[in-house]
Design a binder for this molecule. Sequence first.
Ligand code: HEC
Length: 167
Amino acid sequence: MKLILKTLSLALLASASINLFAADPAPAPAADKPAGPNPAKQAVNVRKAAFTLIGNSFKPIGDAAQGKAEYNQADIQKRANRILVVSEFLDSSFPEASNLGEPDTKAKAEVWTNKADFDKKLKEFQEHAATLAKVSATEKSASDAFKEAFGAVAKDCKGCHESFKAK
Ligand code: HEC
């Protein structure tokens, strides 16, 4: 977990510089200057780190929703909040230049050729993650409301992967 957090924070720093770059496109580096860090690869690293953290945080929520583990409200609320925050970093983690194909990324080219649908799925995921965070702030047991909120997010993971992630 420590390593993931370290990767994520490095990756988030990298994404901050990508955002700067997008706001103010710098001229191409002169040929005699060493190329800086590759923003496309950094974006891939950001999203992989973000998804790894999302996946690790989501698993115990799923176990509680499916009755495979006890419902620990404090823990679930913490994890749901984390998923929400990290999901927001994904907004800037799919720049066009990061359409590198395998093996660099499992993001399919459709992320960029079918961008409207991808953005819609990402937005729905963020909204459902917000609902899950809100519900877990009040639900004291693995209630129907909790299971429903979990189910909506789980459907988002699956739906987006089916369309936009290589196996
Ligand atoms: C809007 C689309 C979308 C949603 C929603 C989404 N994913 Fe993904 N996920 C992707 C894409 C695209 C990749 C491939 C990233 C890459 O390789 O660059 C990915 C990769 C992953 C990975 C692999 C990370 C790695 O290091 O290679 C995991 C784990 C993952 N997702 C888990 C989840 C979970 C769990 C959820 C739901 C809680 C979720 N994802 C929701 C699109 C999505």
